[in-house]
Design a protein around this ligand. Structure first.
Ligand SMILES: Cc1cc2nc3c(=O)[nH]c(=O)nc-3n(C[C@H](O)[C@H](O)[C@H](O)COP(=O)(O)OP(=O)(O)OC[C@H]3O[C@@H](n4cnc5c(N)ncnc54)[C@H](O)[C@@H]3O)c2cc1C
Length: 394
């Protein structure tokens, strides 16, 4: 067993784990990060196919962690409008940043860029990244013992599981998950469009699922197209010319003709919720605790909200001269679990209503889109959706 007793061991060095480890280190904790995979290296010449619409509150966290200037300097794409419309007809739902009195609604940022930038900040802050996988957890006298796949044993006062959808931390604690497999996949790709993207996030609801077109800094658009599994596989394999024709039609030619640039990739869509985000001195964050439908692009934003709230709890504890006690973790977990559950079910309900051609769901969504266009209600809804209503720094 290593003699060193850590304040915190973060298992999983994706966006959520890396952001958490950095925030904990900045608050003076002795932290170590565990991940068997090397962090992806970002290069300007390669554009990651996986991009996120980072909301205002997630941006506030990244700014508080000190990584926002580096991200902005490397490559972020601010978006100033969002437009949602229904393939079955009705008026589009549109909001401009100006109407909310903000310079932009959020930023499109590549996955590899986020992980690479956070990793560089962790190196500077002196947080070691251990290239090993967690295999078991034991209760220690006044903390947790993490057993690693390479035989090492590490002791920590608190252990954080941010090790993704197939979390070993969650399994080691025997925490169950409720899973709903949507039998659909998200098709992601980069495309050129014949009309400029106008720094707008476009989302069209089709009977097969939503299609999102996100504006990239270099003028291309990144798509996330939710499709039933066989259809997703067909569209991944069809010749490029045919794919271009089908995607241009599916997008209603809102950006003119779309042309594939590079590969197409699929990722499975499901809802997966851990039954709890906390047990004793262990907490679960990000995809380890909740996987949601990507239709609102909220996957990573929810994970970063887990981090913001946890760091705020630690700040409150430190002001009183303490740390993250199991009871404080339990209160944090209750708040996050209920918000994450609500979000997961809300995205699912929207997906459900929008993928039904029956008259009642159609009437419902026309009513919803019309209501969202009404000035005060629309503004309130959009402020919430874009993460402005809860902007707070940890
Ligand atoms: C191809 C693809 C496309 C996606 N596109 C979108 C999208 O367009 N919009 C959206 O909102 N979401 C999208 N998602 C989901 C999004 O990527 C996740 O919500 C997000 O990455 C979650 O971050 P995380 O840090 O919680 O987990 P992850 O990114 O999964 O990171 C988990 C980390 O834990 C490590 N790990 C795993 N097991 C162990 C272990 N035993 N011990 C130690 N470390 C371990 C892994 O190596 C990894 O680095 C996509 C996912 C995929 C796979």
């Amino acid at each position: 067993m290593s003699r060193e007793r850590l304040d915190a061991l973060v298992v999983g060095g994706g966006i959520v784990g890396a952001a958490l480890a950095l925030g904990l280190r900045q608050r003076g904790l002795a932290v170590r990060l565990l991940d068997p995979q090397p962090a992806p290296r970002w290069q300007a010449a390669d554009h990651d196919l996986r991009v996120y619409a980072i909301a205002a509150d997630a941006q506030a966290l990244l700014a508080a962690l000190g990584v926002w200037p580096a991200l902005r300097e490397r490559r972020v794409s601010p978006y100033t409008a969002m437009q949602v419309w229904d393939a079955s007809g009705g008026r589009p739902w549109r909001i401009e940043a100006q109407a909310l009195g903000v310079p932009q609604l959020g930023h499109i940022i590549e996955h590899a860029l986020l992980v690479d930038t956070l990793q560089a900040a962790l190196r500077l802050a002196g947080v070691p990244r251990e290239a090993a996988a967690l295999s078991a957890i034991e209760d220690g006298e006044d903390g947790v013992v993490a057993c690693l796949a390479d035989g090492q044993r590490l002791q920590a006062a608190t252990l954080f599981g941010a090790d993704g959808a197939r979390s070993a931390v969650r399994a080691a604690l025997g925490i169950g998950v409720q899973v709903k497999d949507y039998a659909t996949s998200g098709l992601v790709a980069l495309l050129h469009s014949s009309h400029p993207h106008q720094s707008t996030c476009w989302q069209r609801f089709l009977p097969t699922g939503p299609l999102a077109l996100l504006p990239c800094a270099d003028g291309r658009v990144s798509i996330v197209w939710s499709l039933p599994q066989p259809e997703a596989e067909r569209l991944k394999a069809v010749p490029e010319v045919q794919f271009n024709a089908e995607i241009s039609r599916a997008a209603d030619r809102v950006l003119g003709e779309l042309k594939l640039d590079g590969e197409r990739r699929l990722f499975p869509l499901r809802r997966q919720l851990a039954t709890t985000q906390h047990q004793g001195r262990v907490a679960l964050l990000g995809d380890a605790a909740h996987v949601v439908h990507p239709l609102a692009g909220q996957g990573v934003n929810l994970g970063l909200r887990d981090v913001t709230d946890l760091l705020a709890s630690l700040d409150a504890a430190q002001r009183q001269g303490g740390g993250l006690s199991p009871s404080r973790l339990a209160r944090w977990a209750r708040r996050r679990h209920s918000e994450n559950r609500l979000a997961a079910h809300a995205f699912e309900a929207i997906h459900h209503i929008y993928s039904k051609p029956a008259p009642l769901p159609m009437l419902l969504r026309r009513w919803a889109l019309a209501a969202a266009n009404l000035p005060p209600l629309g503004r309130a809804l959009w402020r919430h959706a874009a993460g402005f209503s809860g902007v707070r720094t940890p």
